[in-house]
Design a protein around this ligand. Structure first.
Ligand SMILES: *Cc1c(COP(=O)(O)O)cnc(C)c1O
Length: 411
């Protein structure tokens, strides 16, 4: 059995295991294509963005893909082009950018609870929140696990509301065998470095609505179609050519990278399955998650340490971890201040967000690293009483002695 570093042993990893790392094509594979972009002097509005939009539309099986500079900008532009006013129902258990897209459009987020097992928006609770001011419903494929598109789609249709999906984590996710992308008014993917398909920075909007796609192309180009006679207050939301090239190259390796990720997740699940108090996000049997993140839940009474104590312990062993998503949106200052009069009741979100811990995962991660992290978590449970004492005393001394402050500030 491992001797924890906090109890006098040596840290398991001399070189820190990062939470995520982009899996990039080798630079010599791309050298020629990169040189061609530079030689062309077309760094924006060139052929790579058009190519990426075409191959992504094929992959996602949608009529239109509009590339943008980030998923955040994509979400903002979709809500803007839909011309909404009023409230948007969305999960609180998500990344801040989901909510910010509403705020940037002067829309009011109405926070919906998540399902405790899938961690995705609860369609039943969403239905109870629809009111006269509801303008749209937003779903999120949390960590790549598809949210319940059938029930959300029915709810949206019943009330004639657009369904907009923050698909930041989900390029490569599947529902009943088909890619997520065509469902709802639009789905918006992120290509930032911690996501599975990477452009450096970038986003993709998928839609079957040709009118919306045309508006989005105008909106990402300051609001005009090339004639400088602006129809709307657009923005520079364009994706640069070099970033489009990276993503188009990455798409060639996406399926093999996803297969490696899924094998690593099986390894994690098998290695952690019988440790008391450790739980997993559930993904429906017929669906495929990208596992943009591998997130466990830590039940303190069963595991013997709480989520933050486990994070501090992993940090002391050289393993990065993060509290995705904590705090949930309705507890963040920017939203809390707006919700002063009506504090939403979101019991599942509050419980899940206090128990989640995201563990390292990237497509080229060695299997032995996963096995070692599982062994470390097993050793944490075995040594739970001694570790809790050391971590608690470290905290009361300001954390300097055991690296707790480092772990907590890193999350
Ligand atoms: C990363 C992320 C975003 C934002 O993506 P950017 O491309 O960085 O703007 C939006 N929503 C979720 C759920 C994310 O994880």
């Amino acid at each position: 059995m491992l001797q924890p570093a906090l109890l006098g042993g040596r840290p398991a990893f001399g070189t820190r295991v990062p939470l995520a790392e982009p899996t990039l094509p080798l630079s010599d594979v791309l050298a020629e294509e990169l040189r061609a972009v530079l030689d062309s002097k077309m760094l924006t509005n060139g052929s790579w963005v058009a190519t990426l939009e075409r191959v992504a539309a094929e992959y996602l099986d949608v009529n239109h893909v509009v590339a943008v500079s980030s998923c955040s900008v994509g979400l903002i532009l979709v809500l803007k082009c839909l011309g909404l006013t009023g409230e948007v129902i969305m999960p609180s258990f998500t990344f801040c950018a989901t909510g910010h897209a509403a705020l940037w459009n002067g829309l009011e987020p109405v926070f919906c609870d998540c399902e405790p097992d899938t961690m995705n928006i609860d369609p039943g609770h969403a239905a109870s929140l629809v009111g006269p001011r509801t303008a749209a419903i937003m779903g999120v494929h949390v960590f790549g696990a598809p949210c319940n598109l059938d029930d959300l789609g029915l709810l949206a249709t019943r009330h004639s509301l657009p369904l907009v999906i923050d698909a930041a984590h989900a390029f490569g996710s599947r529902v009943a065998g088909a890619p997520v992308g065509a469902q709802g008014a639009a789905q918006v993917y992120s290509l930032s470095p911690t996501k599975v398909l990477v452009a450096g920075e970038g986003g993709l909007i998928a839609t079957n609505d040709g009118t919306l796609a045309a508006q989005l192309r105008t909106a990402r180009n300051y609001g005009h179609d090339g004639d400088y006679d602006c129809q709307m207050a657009g923005i520079n939301g364009r994706l640069a050519e070099i970033n489009a090239l990276l993503a188009a190259a990455g798409l060639r390796y996406l399926e093999s990278n996803l297969a490696r990720r899924l094998r690593l997740v099986s390894e994690y699940r098998a290695g952690l399955a019988d440790i008391p108090g450790i739980g997993f996000q559930s993904v429906r049997e017929c669906d495929r998650s990208t596992y943009k993140d591998f997130t466990i839940t830590v039940c303190p009474s069963e595991f013997g340490l709480d989520r933050d104590q486990l994070a501090a312990y992993l940090d002391s062993e050289g393993v990065a971890s993060r509290r995705y998503f904590y705090p949930p949106l309705h507890e963040q200052r920017v939203y809390k201040d707006r919700l002063r009069s009506v504090r939403p009741s979101l019991p599942a979100t509050e419980r899940v967000s206090r128990q989640v811990l995201t563990l390292p995962l990237y497509s080229h991660m060695p299997r032995e690293t996963v096995d070692m992290i599982c062994d470390l978590i097993r050793a944490a449970h075995a040594n739970r009483r001694a570790l809790a004492r050391v971590i608690r005393s470290g905290r009361s001394q300001g954390g300097s002695s055991v690296g707790v402050s480092a772990a907590v500030s890193a999350v």
